[in-house]
Design a protein around this ligand. Structure first.
Ligand code: ADP
Length: 465
C-alpha cells in the first residue's frame, strides 16, 4: 500500500472517528436535556395532581375536579387504587384501561420509566400514594416522547451524513495534499533509477518548493550526496588514470633498457643504473601509495612519543640542505622549544616533504624561512618561500593525490615528484590531530603552516581523526 493511500486512510479514519465521538457525545447531551425537560413537566403535573387526591372514610381514593385531567393534551394522568382500580384518568386517555406503566405500579418510591402504549413511546412518572406508611394507590403521569425521538433521529441522520461528508472531504484534501507534497519524491526515485541505469552521477533533482520543508531538506541532502559521490567517482577515475600513467613511465624505461641490453648482448652499467633508479622510484611510489591508503583509512601505525619539534626541524634542515645545493638560501626563523606527542619518523616525513617542495619549486637565488613556535596552545611550524607561488585555482587541490600544478607537471618529467608528497603530509598531520594551512600568491611565494596539538604531560592519549 502506498504512503499516500496509507496517509489518506489514516487521516480519514481519524476525522471520522473524532466527528463520530463528538456527535455521539452531543446527541447524548441533547437527549438527556430533552428528557430532563419532559421529566420536569411530569414532576410538576404530579405535584399538582396529588394536591387534588383525597381519601374518604372508607379509605377509598377520590380525585377532586382538576383542569389537568380535563384539558391535558400532552400529559396523560392515571390514578390507580391499591386494588388495581382505575380511579381517575385524564380525558385524552379515558379509553385506556391498563396502566401507563404496569411495572411502575409496584414501586415504593417515585420512578421515571419509558413505556410504549398502543405503539406510542411515552415517558411515565409513577408516584406511590401513601397514608403514613400504608400504600393506598399509584399516580402515573406520562408524556409522549415523539418530539424527543424525532429530534434524536434527525440528529442521528445529520450526524451520519456529516461524518460521511467530512470523511470524504478529508480524504480528498489529504489525498491531494500528500500527492502534491510527495510528488517530488517520485522525481527522487526517478533520478535515482536513472543514475543506476545510465551511470550518470551528474544529474540533480529539481525542487520548486521551499528548501526548508522536509522534502526540500531531503532533496538537498540527496543532491549533496550525489555531488559527493560524483566527486569521489571522478577522483577515483583520475586516481586510477594517474597511477597507470605514473607506473607506465618507469616500466617503459626499464623495459627499453632491458631490451637494449639483450639486443646488444652486453651488461651496460649505465643502463643498469637507470633501471635501478626507476625501480627505486617505483618502490618509493608504491610505498607512498600504501602509506597514503593506510593514512586515509585512519590505520597509519603511529608510534606516539614526545617529539621536540625544534630539534626535529633542525635535523630535517640539515638533511634537505644538500638538495638546495647552495642555490637557495635557507634561513632559520624563530625556533622555540616545542614538544608535541607523535610519531617522530612520520612527522619528519611531513617536514621533509614540505621543505623539499619549497627547495624544489623555488628558483635559484630564492629564500626559504623555517620557524617553529607555540600559538594559542598549539604548535605551529612555518615553512615559507619566495618561489613562484600557487594560483588560487590550484590551491584548493594541492593536497589531492597526484595533483600537480601546470608548471610542476613538466618538471616531473625529470622524475622529481608524482604529486603524493602533500597528500601524505596532510594525512599524517590529520592523524596527529592537527591540520595544514597554506597561503600563496603567484610570483610572491608560498607559506605552509603545520598546526599540531602540544604534548600533554604524559603523552598518552592522543587525538586522532
Ligand atoms: P610533487 O611530488 O609534485 O611535489 P606534492 O604533493 O608535494 O607533489 O605537491 C603538489 C603540487 O603542489 C606540486 O606539484 C606543486 O605544483 C605544488 N607545490 C607544492 N609546494 C609548493 C611550493 N612550495 N611552491 C610552489 N608550488 C608548490
Amino acid at each position: 500500500m502506498s504512503l499516500r493511500v496509507r496517509l489518506t486512510l489514516l487521516y480519514t479514519a481519524l476525522v471520522g472517528g473524532v466527528l463520530l465521538l463528538f456527535g455521539v457525545a452531543t446527541l447524548q447531551l441533547i437527549s438527556i436535556t430533552l428528557i430532563n425537560q419532559v421529566d420536569a413537566i411530569l414532576e410538576e403535573t404530579a405535584i399538582e395532581t396529588i394536591q387534588d387526591i383525597r381519601v374518604n372514610n372508607h379509605g377509598e381514593l377520590t380525585v377532586l375536579p382538576n383542569p389537568n385531567l380535563e384539558f391535558a393534551a400532552n400529559v396523560y394522568i392515571q390514578v390507580w387504587s391499591r386494588d388495581d382500580d382505575l380511579k381517575e384518568s385524564s380525558i385524552n386517555i379515558r379509553w385506556l384501561e391498563k396502566p401507563l406503566d404496569a411495572r411502575g405500579r409496584q414501586i415504593a418510591k417515585p420512578i421515571f420509566r419509558d413505556s410504549t402504549i398502543e405503539g406510542v413511546h411515552i415517558r411515565v412518572l409513577s408516584v406511590p400514594l401513601m397514608i403514613g406508611d400504608r400504600p393506598i394507590g399509584t399516580l402515573q403521569v406520562g408524556a409522549s416522547l415523539a418530539i424527543v425521538d424525532a429530534t434524536k433521529s434527525r440528529m442521528v441522520t445529520t450526524l451520519i451524513f456529516g461524518v460521511i461528508i467530512s470523511m470524504a472531504v478529508a480524504a480528498i484534501a489529504v489525498s491531494f495534499t500528500t500527492y502534491r507534497s510527495l510528488a517530488p519524491l517520485n522525481s527522487v526515485t526517478q533520478t535515482a533509477l536513472h543514475i543506476t541505469q545510465a551511470d550518470d552521477l551528474s544529474r540533480r533533482i529539481p525542487y520548486q518548493g521551499s528548501p526548508d520543508d522536509e522534502v526540500g531538506q531531503l532533496i538537498h541532502a540527496f543532491n549533496q550526496t550525489l555531488s559527493r559521490l560524483e566527486n569521489l567517482f571522478h577522483a577515483q577515475r583520475r586516481f586510477i588514470a594517474d597511477v597507470g600513467h605514473e607506473l607506465r613511465t618507469p616500466l617503459t624505461v626499464i623495459k627499453g633498457n632491458v631490451s637494449l641490453m639483450r639486443r646488444m648482448n652486453i651488461i651496460d652499467e649505465e643502463l643498469i643504473g637507470s633501471i635501478e633508479s626507476e625501480v627505486d622510484r617505483l618502490t618509493r611510489m608504491v610505498g607512498d601509495l600504501l602509506l597514503l591508503a593506510q593514512a586515509e583509512a585512519g590505520k597509519i601505525p603511529l608510534d606516539h612519543r614526545l617529539v621536540e619539534l625544534d630539534t626535529l626541524l633542525l635535523d630535517v634542515l640539515q638533511q634537505t640542505k644538500i638538495l638546495a645545493q647552495g642555490k637557495i638560501n635557507i634561513h632559520i626563523g624563530d625556533i622555540d622549544q616545542v614538544l608535541v606527542c607523535g610519531d617522530h619518523d612520520r612527522l619528519k616525513q611531513v617536514f621533509i616533504n614540505l621543505i623539499s617542495n619549497a627547495i624544489k619549486y623555488t628558483p635559484e637565488g630564492g629564500e626559504i624561512v623555517v620557524g617553529v613556535g607555540k600559538v594559542k596552545e598549539q604548535a605551529r611550524v612555518i615553512i615559507a618561500d619566495n618561489g613562484p607561488g600557487i594560483s588560487a585555482e590550484d590551491l584548493p587541490h594541492i593536497f589531492e593525490r597526484f595533483y600537480r600544478t601546470g608548471k610542476s607537471r613538466t618538471r616531473t618529467q625529470d622524475g622529481k615528484g608524482y604529486g603524493l608528497g602533500l597528500s601524505i603530509a596532510y594525512w599524517i598531520v590529520r592523524n596527529h590531530g592537527g591540520h595544514i594551512d597554506v597561503d600563496s600568491k603567484v610570483g610572491k611565494g608560498t607559506t605552509f603552516c603545520v598546526w599540531l596539538p602540544l604534548a600533554d604531560e604524559e603523552c598518552s592519549v592522543h587525538p586522532k581523526t
